[in-house]
Write a protein that binds this ligand. Structure first.
Ligand SMILES: O=C(O)CCC(=O)C(=O)O
Ligand SMILES: [Fe+2]
Length: 325
């Protein structure tokens, strides 16, 4: 059961230069399921990310242009590492990997990495949930179906980097709810009313500053604070526990080869260098637009976009032939 004392608590914030950061973060994660780390990344990392962000989140990508993927009305994303080296520095920060592996008591693999933009909405489109349940499988490719015993360990840890001061729409977490170990599944409505009430009571909005990193246990109830009145830009990473899943990635990360030069062997391993892929790239959420009503129309136009230039070339060649004759 959830502990009553967590009712009055707030989300804990740790300053990165704290002497015993590793142990403090692990203890808080064990107790609350969530912690915010402040001042972990140099200002330059965040400002470089900002610059790339502006480039990628101006327009949707069309026929190879730089841009985002529209996946729903309120949401757009890109594979995080298209933002270049600073995004890898955030995902593979050694202190973060140490915290994750210490709490997991296992090596981990970065299973998902996305940069996501959320539009404010007056409705909830992503309700709070847990990421796992008994019998959970990411895809038919996964060898592992999560068991009650697997759920006793933190089998998935998420991290979220705030790209700006974030309040309305921020990541939210029900403190201590990871201790329920997803007993009744991923959805709140499947829990008995008194447990449901307790989970709701313990929800805290993780308000944070630009550059803050939220670390959370995927077994606890979490989701974006919605409805919200502010847009939100975040990098979202998920790490899986190797001793539970083996070394697996949801989809293989799209990286720019020149950005890998500074990574050590451990970081390359966490990035999934020798991992198995669970979902085919074409079935991943970022490719969802192919199912949209406008997809075939838009692709038709793109395909014909150079048609008039082509016609001009034909006419030119006919005229040229006539002149030469
Ligand atoms: O966007 C958020 O705040 C939560 C993300 C999340 O829950 C997930 O991707 O599983
Ligand atoms: Fe989630």
């Amino acid at each position: 059961m959830l502990e009553k004392k967590s009712m009055l608590k707030n989300v804990k914030i740790l300053v990165a230069k704290k002497s015993n950061l590793l142990q403090s973060a692990v203890s808080i994660l064990e107790e609350d399921g969530v912690v915010i780390i402040r001042d972990l990344f140099k200002k330059k990392i965040i400002s470089d990310l900002d610059e790339k962000w502006k480039l990628y989140f101006r327009k949707p990508t069309v026929s190879g242009t730089i841009g985002y993927h529209r996946t729903s009305h309120p949401k757009a994303d890109i594979p995080a590492f298209l933002l270049g080296r600073p995004s890898l520095e955030v995902a593979l920060e050694k202190k973060v990997i140490n915290i994750i592996e210490k709490i997991m008591k296992s090596e981990c693999t970065l299973s998902e990495a996305n940069a996501i933009w959320h539009r404010p909405t007056k409705y909830t489109y992503f309700p709070i949930h847990t990421d796992f349940k008994i019998g959970w499988k990411k895809s038919s490719n996964s060898k592992v179906s999560v068991s009650e015993k697997d759920l006793k360990k933190p089998l998935g840890i998420g991290t979220m980097l705030y790209m700006h001061d974030t309040s309305s729409g921020a990541f939210s977490y029900s403190l201590g709810s990871h201790k329920l170990k997803c007993k009744n599944g991923q959805h709140l409505e499947n829990y008995p009313p008194e447990v449901r009430q307790e989970i709701k009571k313990n929800i805290r909005i993780c308000k944070g500053k630009k550059g803050d990193l939220v670390i959370f246990d995927d077994r606890g109830f979490h989701g974006p604070d919605q409805p919200s009145n502010a847009h939100r830009s975040v990098l979202l990473f998920d790490y899986y526990r190797n001793d539970t899943f083996g070394s697996v990635v949801v989809v293989s990360h799209l990286v720019r080869i020149t950005d890998l030069a500074h990574l050590n062997n451990k970081q390359l391993k966490v990035l999934g260098l020798k991992s198995k892929e669970l979902v085919e790239s074409d079935k991943y959420v970022g490719t969802r637009f192919k199912n949209n009503f406008f997809f075939s129309k838009i692709t038709w136009f793109i395909d014909k976009a150079y048609f008039f230039t082509h016609l001009k070339s034909i006419f030119k060649s006919i005229i040229l032939k006539k002149i030469v004759k």
